[in-house]
Design a binder for this molecule. Structure first.
Ligand SMILES: CC(=O)N[C@H]1[C@@H](OP(=O)(O)OP(=O)(O)OC[C@H]2O[C@@H](n3ccc(=O)[nH]c3=O)[C@H](O)[C@@H]2O)O[C@H](CO)[C@@H](O)[C@@H]1O
Ligand SMILES: C=C(OP(=O)(O)O)C(=O)O
Length: 439
């Protein structure tokens, strides 16, 4: 498996073209299962391992999927099976998002339990509660979850105990073909939910309120393929924004949407980073010293948990002590131990990390324990003295397109031992040597 090698201390400069959002395209691909007529054409689908995996899940169901130059074409007129196998679902939690569409379309779905995970227990009780409220019988056994409904799902009022992104998406997709109206209360409000609702509406669904805490879905008889462009990846953009700040540089995030990044922008401004937004993107400039700030992760529009580790990397080099509180996942501080190997000074007390700033970071051998932790290690390495060697690169490949090439073009001294596309080609040949995901 590949390693990423970084020699820190270089300034960066230039434009970063932000890719389509991983967390938007995955549910959108799953939603394509609902289109019993025509073809769905999904533009700006980023070439990530997660996208390859979910495409394979659809193909394993007998659905036609073509992926070429960031465009995915899905023809789901015929589906051969309602079962998504363990081998694929274990690679990525988001594969579970095919449950709602399959249940709605075929009245039955059998999906392997999504695998264990490093950032928290990540139960799926809220997804199942929603399906049950819509009339599905759920059975668990032999590592699989089976859901069945006689006839169509029935519209229902569903209150989510936690504003889960995945549960909101899964229930919203299932409800599009249900009989009657479904209301999701305490729904997640993330931009990716809005993108999915826009996609479903373009397929013929009737969804209102996406982006607010109450979403109403009027069921329709059938959906058809449509053409859609995926929103830009706010986490990819946020990660490069921190790359600019941590190296005292200036970068322009082309295509990034400021409104999707409000808490990240605000916190970076509080730290003393200059941020300018225009209609095409976001410019980040860091010249002076950075101030410590406290950060608490929350569901959207709060500070995103997917930016917590990267923000922590930046706080390690700020003046003063910062508190980072993780409220979304109960075990998302594994990067702290790796940061400590790089000479950071961080103490964890329950769900809060106390980050002492002004660290003189030093290169070390470290391991990416999950996707964003991996990105945060790259960021810390850019600001470190000496060489950092990062293993666990398969995690990073789940969510960043060519991150080493992009950073090298911006001026970083960074390379990976095996290029991402070669690892993907090997995976495409069928040797899915990507380990089960831990994030
Ligand atoms: C593919 C994708 O979009 N992944 C994102 C999605 O993950 P995902 O959809 O898995 O995250 P959720 O919003 O569901 O999880 C949020 C919290 O709710 C809990 N929970 C969730 C479902 C459930 O049935 N019961 C339950 O208790 C989880 O354990 C977690 O503590 O949102 C997370 C929170 O913004 C992000 O970090 C992930 O990057
Ligand atoms: C946790 C993440 O993704 P996933 O939900 O796919 O594991 C992430 O994108 O940071």
């Amino acid at each position: 498996m590949s390693k990423i090698i970084v020699r820190g201390g270089r300034k960066l400069a230039g434009n970063v073209k932000i890719n389509g959002a991983k967390n938007a395209v995955l549910p959108i691909i799953a939603a394509s299962i609902l289109g019993s007529e025509g073809e769905s054409v999904i533009h700006d689908a980023p070439p990530l391992d997660d996208v390859l995996v979910i495409n394979k899940v659809l193909q394993s169901l007998g659905i036609e999927v073509e992926y070429n130059r960031q465009v995915i074409r899905v023809r789901a007129g015929q589906i051969n099976t309602c079962e998504a196998s363990y081998d694929l679902v274990r690679k990525m939690r988001a594969s579970f998002l095919v449950m709602g569409p399959l249940l709605a379309r075929l009245g039955q779905a059998r999906i392997s339990l999504p695998g264990g995970c490093a950032i928290g227990t990540r139960p799926i009780d809220q997804h199942l509660k929603g399906f049950e409220a819509m009339g599905a019988d759920i059975e668990l056994g032999q590592g699989y979850i089976e859901a069945k409904v006689k006839g169509r799902l029935k519209g229902a009022k569903i209150y989510l105990d936690v504003a889960s992104v995945g549960a909101t998406e899964n229930i919203m997709m299932a409800a599009t073909l249900a009989e009657g109206t479904t209301t999701i209360e305490n729904a997640a409000k993330e931009p990716e939910i809005v993108d999915l609702a826009n996609y479903l509406n373009a397929m013929g669904a009737v969804i209102r309120g996406a982006g607010t805490g109450v979403i109403r879905i009027e069921g329709v008889e059938k959906l058809r393929g449509c053409v859609h462009t995926v929103i830009p990846d706010r986490v990819e953009a946020g990660t490069y924004m921190i790359a600019a700040a941590i190296t005292g540089s200036e970068l322009y995030m082309e295509g990034a949407i400021g409104d999707h990044l409000r808490p990240v922008i605000s916190k970076m401004q509080e730290m003393g980073v200059t941020i300018e937004e225009d209609e095409n993107g976001i410019r980040v400039r860091a010249t002076g010293p950075l101030r410590a700030v406290d950060v608490k992760t929350l569901p959207y529009p709060g500070f995103p948990t997917d930016m917590q580790s990267q923000m922590m990397a930046l706080l390690m080099v700020a003046d003063g002590t910062s508190l980072v509180t993780e409220t979304v996942f109960e075990n998302r501080f594994m990067h702290v131990e790796e940061f400590a190997n790089m000479n950071a000074n961080i103490k964890v007390d329950g769900r809060t990390a106390i980050v002492s700033g002004n660290s003189k970071l030093r290169g070390a051998k470290v391991c990416a324990t999950d996707l964003r932790a991996g990105a945060a290690l790259i960021l810390a390495a850019l600001a470190s003295e000496g060489e950092t060697e990062i293993t666990g690169v398969h995690h990073i490949d789940r969510g960043y397109v060519d991150i080493t090439d992009v950073l090298r073009e911006l001026g970083a001294d960074i390379y990976r031992s095996v290029p991402q596309e070669i690892e993907q080609e090997v995976a495409e040949l069928g040797f899915f040597n990507i380990q089960p995901t831990l994030a």
